[in-house]
Design a binder for this molecule. Structure first.
Ligand code: SF4
Ligand code: SF4
Length: 352
C-alpha cells in the first residue's frame, strides 16, 4: 500500500518519532557542513542537500567512539562498557547510496567469523527511512554499482518528495509497524503517478556507464602495472576521499589515559595514511603514495569483490566532489578498462 505524508505534518511526525526513538537525520552544521546526527528538535532536519557531505555510516560506525571506560574505585579496578544502545533508533532521510553502503559495512562488521557488538547493537535497533534521490548530481554513478537513486533495498520505509507531500512506502516488517501512523494518509493515483515520473527522470540522470562490472578480474592483471605510478601523481594524500566514503571502514583503536582511569576509543583511520600500514619494526609495506593509492583502488574493486562478491563502492560521488585536486575515481575505473585492452593487445604503455 502506498501512503503519503503532507509536508505541513513533517515536524509533528518527526516530533512523534522522537518521543519513542532516538532520531538521526541530515543536519546542516553552522560551518556549512551537512552530516547525519542525532537531532534534538525537528527544525534541525535539513533535506535540502542532495547528499550530506558526511555519510550515514556515522550512525552505525561513528567517527570517534568510546568502547569502554576504566578506572579505580578504592582498590578495585572498574570497567564500564559503552556497547549498549538504550533506545530504539531511526535513521531518517538517508539516500539510497548511503543505505546500500550500510549493507557493505554489514559484510565487514557482521561477518561470519567476527561480529562487532558496537556496530551490531546500533544496526539491529535502527529503523531506516530512506529518501529517494530525485536530483542526482553529475558526480553520481550509483547506477553503475548495482544501485540507483530510487533503490529501495535496505530501507524499512521509503519516502519520495512530491513537492507538497511525501509518498510513503512501507517495505519491511519494521516499516509495516508504521501502517497506523496517525500522520499517514492513503495516496491517490495522481500522487502515485507523479512519484513514478520523478523516479523515471532521476534514473536517466545517473551515470550507468562506469565499467565497474568485472573490474576485479581486470585488476588481477595490474598488480605491478606502471599504471599506479601515473594514477597517484596528483593525489596529495589528504585522505578526505576515504573519510567521506560511505563504505570505507578502516579504524584505529587507542587508549586515552587520565590520572585515575581512561577510555578506549575507536577512531576512523585511512589506508591512505602513511602510518596506517607501518609495522612495529618500522617497516612499511606501503611506503609511498603509489602503493597506498593502489591499496585504495584494489581494496574496493578487487579484494572486496573477491571476499564478498561485490565492489565496495556505491557510486555516491563524494570522493570526486570533495577531492581538492579532482581525482576522479570514475576515470581510474575507466583507465583499468583501457589498460586491459592495451594488455590484450600486448602494449605496456605507462600512460593510463
Ligand atoms: S581526496 Fe583526493 S587528494 Fe585527498 S587523498 Fe583522496 S584522492 Fe588524494
Ligand atoms: S569510492 Fe567514492 S564514489 Fe565510491 S562509495 Fe566511496 S566516496 Fe562514493
Amino acid at each position: 500500500m502506498k501512503l503519503k505524508l503532507d509536508k505541513k505534518d513533517l515536524g509533528s511526525f518527526l516530533q512523534n518519532l522522537m518521543d519513542e526513538y532516538d532520531l538521526f537525520a541530515p543536519v546542516q552544521l553552522a560551518e556549512g557542513v551537512s552530516v547525519y546526527k542525532k537531532i534534538d528538535h525537528p527544525g534541525e532536519v535539513d533535506l535540502s542537500t542532495s547528499n550530506p557531505q558526511k555519510p550515514a555510516k556515522e550512525v552505525f560506525f561513528p567517527q570517534s567512539e568510546t568502547m569502554f571506560r576504566y578506572g579505580k574505585s578504592g582498590k578495585q579496578n572498574e570497567m564500564v562498557s559503552t556497547e549498549e544502545v538504550i533506545r530504539e533508533r531511526i535513521l531518517f532521510g538517508a539516500r539510497p547510496c548511503d543505505i546500500q553502503a550500510v549493507s557493505i559495512t554489514d559484510e565487514v562488521f557482521l561477518g561470519k567469523e567476527y561480529t562487532d557488538v558496537y556496530y551490531l547493537n546500533k544496526r539491529k535497533t535502527t529503523t531506516i527511512i530512506g529518501m529517494a534521490c530525485d536530483h542526482p548530481l553529475s558526480t553520481c554513478f550509483c547506477s553503475s554499482t548495482s544501485g540507483g537513486p530510487f533503490l529501495r533495498k535496505g530501507s524499512d520505509l521509503f519516502f519520495t518528495d512530491l513537492g507538497e507531500s511525501f509518498l510513503v512506502e512501507l517495505l519491511t516488517e519494521k516499516g509495516m509497524a508504521f501502517l497506523k501512523n496517525k500522520f499517514f494518509k492513503e495516496a491517490n493515483t495522481k500522487e502515485i503517478s507523479l512519484a513514478e515520473g520523478i523516479e523515471e527522470k532521476a534514473l536517466k540522470m545517473t551515470d550507468a556507464s562506469v565499467p565497474v562490472e568485472g573490474i576485479d578480474k581486470r585488476l588481477d592483471l595490474m598488480v605491478e602495472s606502471p599504471f599506479w605510478g601515473r594514477l597517484h601523481e596528483k593525489c596529495i594524500g589528504c585522505r578526505v576521499c576515504t573519510y567521506l566514503c560511505p563504505t570505507c571502514h578502516c579504524f584505529d583503536i587507542m587508549d586515552e589515559t587520565m590520572t585515575n582511569g581512561g577510555q578506549r576509543v575507536r577512531n576512523w583511520d585511512s589506508c591512505l595514511s602513511p602510518l596506517y600500514s607501518q609495522e612495529t619494526s618500522g617497516h612499511n609495506p606501503r611506503p609511498t603514495n603509489r602503493e597506498r593509492t593502489r591499496q585504495r583502488i584494489m581494496h574496493k574493486f578487487n579484494y572486496f569483490p573477491k571476499n564478498f562478491g561485490r565492489a565496495a563502492c556505491v557510486g555516491c560521488g563524494r570522493c570526486i566532489l570533495y577531492c581538492p585536486v579532482h581525482f576522479d575515481i570514475r576515470q581510474a575505473i575507466n583507465w583499468t578498462s583501457a589498460k586491459r585492452l592495451k594488455l590484450q593487445r600486448g602494449e605496456h604503455s605507462t600512460n593510463p
